[in-house]
Design a protein. Sequence first.
Length: 146
Amino acid sequence: MSTQPGIQPAQQDSYGHPVMALVTAGLGTYTSQRLNTLDQLLQVVVNITALAGTSPTLTVTIQGVDSASGQPFTLLVSAALNAVGITVLQVAPMLAALANLVGAAIVPRVVEIQAVVGGTTPAVTATIGYRTFPLTNPSPINPNVQ
């Protein structure tokens, strides 16, 4: 994770998943550390705990990273979030797309999260946790069967 003003160094939640923490983050764009995954379902939980300023917003973008060029590309963009609360974003090929909440796409090997704080003299405090899941689970009857 970068050392941008308003963003804390890399953290992990209690399960060891990466967390991006914005602490009274001002106007700007903040990008997470890159997450390597082999799984196909990505869940991002945005927890806004405080907003200040005039019309503050937080827009979260889930990005894949092209393996050839290393350049990010957009998988899903949230709505401009402007209230305290939790928003869950998901990307997976078997999900039905739902504007600004669910992306029906294959999760690439490398992903990152971008958070954009907008408004007039905004200050946003939020955490953005993300984790991945496999598409298949072992059979509950026989764990050796996929």
